[in-house]
Design a protein around this ligand. Structure first.
Ligand SMILES: *Cc1c(COP(=O)(O)O)cnc(C)c1O
Length: 357
C-alpha cells in the first residue's frame, strides 16, 4: 500500500463549459500524482499535488537519451455516477513490460492501481458528461539523473496527469484514410516497437507529416525488414475482415500490444467470428480489395476505440473499403466496447473497474 500524501489546490481551475469540444490533450485537471525513485531507496514519496510545471536539470538523462515510458487509458462515469476504468490491469502489466525493456524500475502492480484510482478519484468531477467524452489518463516515467553518460538512470519520476477529452470523432464514427508507408519504418524485431515509449513516436513523425500533406490522417507501417508485412497504424492496431475472417498482425516484438486489440480479439472469439493473428502482407490486402473479399478494415486504440478505415493508399494504388462506409462488425465492436466502458453493458470479468473499490 502506498502512503499517498495530499496537497490539494487552493485555487481550482475553471472547468470547461458543457459545449467545449475538449480537443484531445489540451486541457489538464487540478491535480497530478507524483512519486520518486532512487536506487537503494526504491519508489517513495507518493503524493497528489496541484497540477504544475516540474523542475529538472538541463542534464536530466531523459532529455538526452530518451529513457521514458508512458501509458494511456480512460476513466468514464457509469449509469449510477460511479467512476470506471477499463481493464487497468492490462495497462499496468504493459507498463512494467515497457519498464523492463527500457531498464526503468518496475512499479508494483497494486501500487500502480492505487495511484490511478487515487488521482482519478481526486479529480473525478473533471470527468465530462456529454456522450462520447471521458477523462484521459496519462501515466509516465522519466529518467532524471543529471548526467550525460549513457547508462540507466538512478533516479526517476513517475507522474500521472489527467485530461478531459471529447469524442474522437466529433461528428460520429467516421472512416479514415490511411497511407501505407513504403519508405520509412517505425520499429524492428528486437527493438523497442512493443514498448510504449516516446522514441517510437519521434521515429514516426516524418511519415506522419508526409501522409498529412497528402491528405491522409494516419500512417500504416510495414515490417522493418522486408517492408512487406503489415504492422500497425500510428497509435492503433489494425484489423482486416477478409471473407468473413478477422485477421490482425501477430505480435512479433515490433508491434505495440494494444489493450483494445486484445479486447477486440476476445469479443470476436466470444461471438464466434473467426480470428487469425498471423503475418499479413500488403499484397494479400491489396488482392482481397481487388477481388472483393476485403469486407472491413479498422484500427483499434484507446483514443478512438474503433476507427473504421475507408481508404488505403499504397504507392500509386488507392483502394476504397466497404464503399467508404462503416462495416457492420466495426460498428458492433465500437458499440460493445464503449458500452462496457460506460458500464451500460456487462463485459467479461474484470473489464470494468470502479475507482472506489
Ligand atoms: C498505445 C498504442 C496503441 C494502442 O493501444 P491501446 O492499449 O489499445 O490504446 C497502438 N499502437 C501504438 C504505437 C501505441 O502507442
Amino acid at each position: 500500500m502506498l502512503d499517498i500524501k495530499y496537497e490539494l489546490t487552493t485555487s481550482p481551475k475553471q472547468k470547461p463549459a458543457a459545449d467545449d469540444p475538449l480537443v484531445f490533450g489540451t486541457i489538464f485537471t487540478d491535480h497530478m500524482f507524483m512519486m520518486n525513485y532512487e536506487t537503494g531507496k526504491g519508489w517513495h514519496d507518493a503524493r497528489i499535488v496541484p497540477y504544475q510545471p516540474i523542475v529538472l536539470e538541463p542534464s536530466a538523462m531523459v532529455f538526452h537519451y530518451g529513457q521514458e515510458m508512458f501509458e494511456g487509458l480512460k476513466a468514464y462515469r457509469g449509469p449510477k455516477e460511479e467512476v470506471l476504468l477499463f481493464r487497468p490491469d492490462k495497462n499496468i502489466e504493459r507498463a512494467n513490460n515497457t519498464n523492463r525493456r527500457l531498464c526503468i524500475p518496475e512499479i508494483p502492480e497494486e501500487d500502480f492501481l492505487q495511484a490511478l484510482k487515487a488521482i482519478v478519484k481526486t479529480d473525478a468531477d473533471w470527468i465530462p458528461e456529454k456522450p462520447g467524452t471521458s477523462l484521459y489518463i496519462r501515466p509516465f516515467i522519466i529518467a532524471t539523473d543529471p548526467f550525460l553518460g549513457v547508462r540507466p538512470s538512478d533516479r526517476y519520476l513517475f507522474i500521472i496527469i489527467l485530461s478531459p477529452v471529447g469524442p474522437y470523432y466529433a461528428s460520429g464514427l467516421k472512416p479514415v484514410k490511411i497511407w501505407i508507408e513504403d519508405e520509412y519504418v517505425r520499429a524492428i524485431r528486437g527493438g523497442i516497437g512493443e514498448a510504449k515509449t516516446g522514441g517510437n513516436y519521434v521515429a514516426s513523425l516524418k511519415s506522419q507529416v508526409k501522409a498529412h500533406d497528402e491528405g491522409y490522417s494516419q500512417v500504416l507501417w510495414l515490417d522493418g525488414v522486408e517492408r512487406k508485412y503489415i504492422e500497425e497504424v500510428g497509435a492503433m492496431n489494425i484489423f482486416f475482415k477478409i471473407n468473413g475472417t478477422v485477421v490482425t498482425p501477430m505480435l512479433t516484438g515490433s508491434i505495440l500490444p494494444g489493450v483494445t486489440r486484445n479486447s477486440v480479439i476476445q469479443l470476436c472469439k466470444e461471438w464466434g467470428v473467426p480470428v487469425e493473428e498471423r503475418r499479413i502482407s500488403v499484397d494479400e490486402v491489396y488482392e482481397a480489395a481487388m477481388n472483393g473479399t476485403l469486407e472491413e478494415c479498422f484500427g483499434s486504440g484507446t483514443a478512438a476505440v474503433i476507427s473504421p478505415v475507408g481508404e488505403l493508399r499504397f504507392e500509386e494504388h488507392r483502394f476504397e473499403i466497404n464503399g467508404g462506409k462503416i462495416g457492420e462488425l466495426s460498428q458492433k465492436l465500437y458499440d460493445t466496447v464503449t458500452g462496457i466502458q460506460l458500464g451500460k453493458i456487462q463485459g467479461p470479468e474484470g473489464w470494468s473497474v470502479r475507482v472506489d473499490e
